[in-house]
Write a protein that binds this ligand. Structure first.
Ligand code: NZQ
Ligand code: ZN
Length: 387
């Protein structure tokens, strides 16, 4: 196991009706002038935004509002939010929505305390401070409610890039699983795919003997595989609740510490969602099997372990490669069963765009990922496998 630091200070408020306590927690974390940030309207339609505003008002907390975050959130609204924060002397950013809203809120929170262009933080500048961010989560997926990341697409060139730092971890996150019951099935399935991907990016590693992280990862995957079909069929509280907590633990790094993680598939997917504006989860469902097939020979036994422990395949000791492939096939079958695409065409992506995807990724002479260090040529071949 490698040395590591793990700092995950988010205070989680989980359960039915907990959004009505928003004002109390904003106060506890010293917010007095809040920017409420939200998306394209689901939180207005469900009445959630009104409940949150009532809770802030009941605690005497004033607020400004900025809606309109789109999936794969854009830089334009971030600039607008930063301008509001500076002009209105906002001291706290409250994201009400999914990963896109939360990521946009994190970008605004960084930009509000910075004189330069917030995009600097998405192109390598070290993040030092941000306004406190809190979240009220409405979709179990990206894990941004507990993560140190934010992913934004710059409209000038449609570059989708990530910024990461512990100061971006929310000070508190309210997780009421009931809020996810209004999600379309497709969005639930995209969320399930994303949380599984967050575990798998950490599971396929070259670091040996991190049993605790392996077993936690396998446990999360098994639980998600079990709960997702129930959540899709019944939208019952308990399966939605299990998915909601799974989405958080899948990505706050609980199951990643002590070992190298990969992230090549996420980076390749970000090019797909930037170019075609598809849901991140759907893009991952297409890219993960392609990546797995391309890299599995690097450590067939690891893929065979994944097949046996997560997908219940029988180990073929004479031919572990067969077992490894069976695991990948079962992953694909599961994706199909929850309504996810597994090929470029199902996503609306085109083989002729592969050179563009590779170019925008901008790898040059560098490599991508850590399990196998992929060159531009490897990335091209993986995209081709996904066609
Ligand atoms: O905009 P509204 O009207 O709210 O509709 C949203 C949106 O269309 C809808 N929705 C959300 N909650 C709902 C609901 N509809 C009905 N009822 C509800 N309760 O769902 C759609 C998708 O929302 P979005 O926030 O885009 O989903 P998600 O949470 O999957 O976030 C995706 C973004 O997160 C990034 C992705 O790249 C993508 O941009 N990621 C962020 C990460 C992080 N910060 O740590 C890690 C991830 O790997 C990921 O890259
Ligand atoms: Zn993701």
């Amino acid at each position: 196991m490698n040395n590591f630091n793990f700092y995950s200070p988010t205070f989680f408020v989980f359960g039915k009706g907990r959004e009505n306590e928003t004002g109390k927690y904003v106060k506890r974390f010293n917010g007095s002038k809040v920017l409420i940030h939200f998306g394209g309207g689901s939180v207005i339609k469900s009445g959630l935004l009104d409940r949150v505003k009532a809770s802030l008002t009941s605690q005497g907390i004033s607020f400004e509002e900025l809606g309109g975050v789109v999936p794969n959130p854009r830089s334009g609204l971030v600039y607008k939010g930063i301008e509001i924060c500076k002009r209105k002397k906002i001291d706290f950013v409250l994201a009400v929505g999914g990963g896109s809203v939360i990521d946009s809120a994190k970008a605004i929170a960084m930009g509000a305390l910075y004189d330069g262009d917030f995009w600097d933080f998405y192109t390598g500048k070290k993040i030092e401070k941000a306004l406190p961010v809190a979240t009220i989560l409405t979709i179990s997926a990206a894990g941004s409610e507990g993560s140190m990341g934010s992913v934004i697409t710059h409209e000038d060139g449609m570059f989708k890039r990530a910024a990461n730092n512990d100061v971006l971890r929310p000070v508190f996150s309210i997780l009421n699983p009931e809020l996810t019951s209004t999600l379309p099935d497709y969005q639930i399935a995209c969320g399930v795919t994303d949380m599984m991907a967050h575990v798998m990016e950490r599971y396929f590693t070259n670091t040996k003997n991190v049993e605790i992280s392996d077993r936690l990862s396998e446990g999360i995957l098994l639980a998600v595989i079990n709960e997702a079909p129930k959540a899709l069929a019944n939208k019952d509280y308990d399966s939605l609740a299990n998915l909601m907590w799974a989405g958080m633990v899948a990505h706050n790094d609980t199951c990643g510490v002590g070992r190298e993680s990969d992230w090549a598939t996420h980076n390749m997917e970000h090019e797909l969602s930037a170019l075609y504006d598809v849901a991140h989860g759907a893009g991952l469902a297409v890219m993960f099997p392609a990546w797995m097939k391309y890299v599995m020979h690097h450590d067939v036994m690891r893929f065979a372990q994944f097949a046996v422990r997560v997908w219940g395949c029988e180990m073929d000791f004479q031919n572990p490669e067969k077992t490894a492939l069976q695991g990948i096939e079962r992953y694909e079958k599961f994706m199909t069963s929850i309504g996810m695409p597994i090929r470029f065409s199902e996503l609306g992506a085109k083989a002729e765009d592969i050179p563009t995807l590779v170019k925008t990724l901008g790898l040059g002479a560098n490599t991508l990922g850590s399990f196998v260090k992929l060159t531009e040529e490897d990335v091209k071949k993986i995209y081709e496998l996904a066609v």
